[in-house]
Design a protein around this ligand. Structure first.
Ligand code: BGC
Length: 732
């Protein structure tokens, strides 16, 4: 570097010095531009920046550009080489569960209870997105804890439990950004974005974009913990949510965006609004005045405006004395800081490698398969119907609407994922491989769930399809039935009033059962959320919930059906018996009375259909007695818990040990039980392992509505997976 090289261009200078230097050189208009995120290219949007000629190269960020690295670099070159200060643009994209290699949706990932797999697949997503698409920043992970499966976006999160969500959030952040700031500076690591901050998942009635009524305590107890974990793991950006918190919309909420995030958690990165979040303040009846929208958002701590272009009024507001330059500078500093930290000034251009070379590498596909194998959950297996021995089967009926539909495995937010046979082989293709000696008879059975409309999936019966399905079922030794949601029935703006199977699928189950007599009927159920179909499920012998597991889905499903793989997924979200039972989730608070609090029109016991943590295996696990003893030394750990787990069956398998804590009396009422940790272990037949948990004071504490933690002496019960428990006392 020569003497004349500005400080901000010198990578040897500390980031803060570079930020200050660059800021001091910027005009008000250049500063305002850094706070805008727009679109470019063929993407259709009123704020589209147009082609290369009309492109605004001083813009801070561009999103959802899918033109590939080469074209992206051409735009970037103008920003870096043809503008006064040469500030690189940060390119954002929704890389949610893969860029080109498709991984299980986040909710399914959580069911693997292997955060290390999420770290690995997020790493692959980052590499593909950066190398192939020039993406510097993904709008992921979505870390919202959700209690209502009617909300279509549960598919994007890690389920209902804050501790599970924390573990997966950390894993995703590390996968995208690396473990250390030094690692993140290297090309191929991309910025993570924790979203949506905060409480969007509490939308009333599960309706997307709706009002949320969140008490301060619920905010701290359920919704904030995954964000805190993500910030601690190093996430450098957040996206503010659409909802409002105690009357103040998230994008303009000083309490969450500044007091909690910055002042308490020490976050120094930046917040981007969600699409249109700033101008939506009008719809929320907060303010229809763009000046107020901008000033309140910026003053609250929301730094960048996504796709809205309301922030173009910044220069005018500053000149009119309505917005302080200090507020603008603070936001610009945060954006620049992240750009410097990630090394964007040093490597503004993405590699220009052919897609075939940078994507779909064998190890990437292997990761997709590994994740799919662990995410699927065996919900029912009467009389050990599964695994099937393919060699003994002469005729297998493949019935149902999803056998030849590859999109059911891909789900919402597919990025640039292809759903053709080459990349996402169908269940039908894989069945041919796995049952080579059997005659396969295929029948669709009922109308396919439509990609576009939920209503079409309610389509009336198709008599001809039903009859053909019944005939196929009657002629086969075993019936494999595909059921559940279509690929785009869960996701953004995909709320459902009911989460049952469509009537035509229920009719199909009935017709097939009748024709099959005593022969096994096995269901493979797809979905991006829990579905409630307990009555229809009674006549099924086995149910494998295959979620939307990406490129490895069909292979993993067949491996599990045939016993090549022992299922090990466990539910990260409760399955209700019926939609009216919602909300029902693992860490619900105590009722004042038991028994009489139950729904009178649910004939079974009032618990959920399948609780959090549920999932069957082909082997059996036996728990020994649980012991809880005071920790050897004073410190964070208060107690040590130990339990032995044995594989007492005949097949190697994996068990997830869930540690549940019940606080028997406290000054603020407590959940019946809450998850404080989990651990998945692998056991050979006959093998026993001891699983130890260090029960920390933090785990024993509860949180108050102001965010403070309280550790109260008293009695607790610790349980290992609900199989064994121990009572212990924390003395004053
Ligand atoms: C969604 C975000 C997403 C953004 C950009 C919004 O509508 O709520 O989750 O990141 O669009 O695509």
């Amino acid at each position: 570097m020569t003497q004349e090289t500005p400080i901000y261009k010198d990578p040897k200078q500390p980031v803060e010095a570079r930020v200050r230097d660059l800021l001091s050189r910027m005009t008000l208009e250049e500063k305002a531009d850094q706070l805008l995120q727009g679109l470019i290219g063929k993407d259709v949007n009123p704020n589209n920046l147009g082609g290369e000629n009309s492109f605004r190269p001083t813009i801070g960020s561009i999103l959802s550009y899918s033109g590939g690295s080469k074209a992206r670099n051409a735009f970037q070159r103008i920003a870096v080489e043809n503008t006064r200060l040469g500030i690189p643009i940060i390119w954002g994209y929704d890389v949610i569960h893969g860029w080109r290699t498709c991984f299980p949706v986040s909710l399914a990932q959580a069911c693997s209870f292997r955060p290390e797999l999420t770290e690995k697949l997020s790493r692959v997503s980052a590499l593909e997105a950066w190398t192939d698409g020039g993406v510097d920043w993904t709008f992921s992970p979505m870390v919202e804890v959700a209690h209502d499966p009617r909300w279509g976006r549960v598919v994007e999160g890690y389920g209902e439990d804050p501790v599970t969500a924390q573990a997966f959030t950390t894993a995703a952040v590390v996968g995208y950004q690396g473990k250390t700031p030094e690692e993140w500076k290297q090309p191929g690591y991309i910025a993570a974005c924790l979203k949506h901050f905060v409480g969007y998942s509490a939308s009333e009635g599960g309706r997307d974009y709706h009002y949320t009524d969140i008490s301060p305590r619920a905010l701290w107890e359920y919704y904030l913990p995954p964000f805190e974990a993500g910030v601690a793991a190093g996430a450098r950006t957040l996206m503010s949510s659409f909802n409002d918190i105690c009357g103040t919309p998230a994008v303009a909420n000083h309490y969450t965006e500044t007091e909690i995030l910055r002042n308490q958690w020490g976050f120094t990165g930046f917040i981007v609004s969600d699409w249109g979040g700033v101008s939506q303040l009008k719809a929320q009846r907060y303010s229809s005045d763009p000046a107020v929208q901008t000033v309140h958002s910026l003053e609250a701590g929301n730094d960048m405006d996504m796709a809205d272009f309301v922030f173009t009024n910044i220069p005018e507001l500053v000149k009119a004395g309505k917005l302080s330059i200090a507020t603008v500078d603070l936001a610009v500093e945060r954006v620049l800081r992240v750009k410097f930290e990630m090394g964007l000034f040093e490597h503004p251009y993405a590699p220009e490698v052919p897609t075939e070379e940078s994507c779909w590498k064998p190890e990437y596909l292997e990761t997709a398969l590994a994740a799919a194998r662990e995410a699927m959950v065996l919900l029912k297996n009467e009389k050990q119907t599964l695994p099937l021995a393919p060699s003994g089967l002469k005729r297998v009926a493949l019935i149902g609407p999803h056998w030849k539909n590859n999109l059911v495995h891909i789900g919402w937010w597919g990025a640039l994922v292809k759903d053709d046979e080459k990349h996402a082989p169908s269940l039908f293709t894989k069945a041919q491989e796995f049952f080579p000696d059997a005659e396969l008879v295929y029948e669709q059975g009922c109308p396919a769930p439509s990609v576009k409309s939920n209503l079409e999936t309610l389509a009336a019966r198709d008599e001809a399809l039903l009859q053909a399905a019944a005939a196929a079922a009657a002629s086969a030794d075993v019936i494999l039935l595909t059921l559940g949601e279509g690929g785009h029935q869960s996701g953004e703006y995909k709320s459902r009033r009911d989460i049952a199977l469509p009537p035509c699928q229920e009719e199909l189950i009935a017709a097939v059962r009748k024709a099959a007599g005593d022969k096994p009927v096995i269901a493979l159920v797809s979905g991006g959320r829990p579905l409630a179909f307990q009555d229809a499920a009674r006549s099924l012998d086995a149910i494998l919930y295959i979620w939307q597991c990406g490129y490895g889905a069909s292979q993993a499903a067949m491996e599990i059906l045939t016993g090549k793989v022992n299922p090990s997924g466990r539910l990260a979200m409760t399955f209700p018996r019926t939609v009216g039972q919602i909300p029902v989730y693992v860490n619900q608070h105590h009722p004042a009375r038991f028994g009489l609090n139950e729904y009178q029109d649910i004939p079974e016991e009032n618990g959920p259909w399948f609780p959090f943590g549920y999932g069957l295996s082909y082997t059996e696990f036996t728990y020994g007695d649980l012991s809880v003893t005071p920790a050897a030394s004073e410190g964070a750990a208060a107690f040590t818990a130990k339990v032995t787990v044995s594989n007492t069956g005949k097949m190697a398998g994996s068990e997830t040990v869930f540690w549940y804590l019940s606080d028997l009396e406290a000054s603020l009422t407590q959940p019946l039980k809450r998850v404080i940790a989990f651990r998945k272990i692998d056991l050979q037949p006959g093998e026993t392992r001891e699983v130890t948990l260090s029960v920390t004071r933090d785990m024993l504490s509860y949180v108050r509505g102001d965010g403070s933690k309280v550790l109260e002496p008293g009695d607790f019960i610790l349980s290992a997976s609900g199989k064994t428990e121990a009572k212990f006392t924390l003395n004053a």
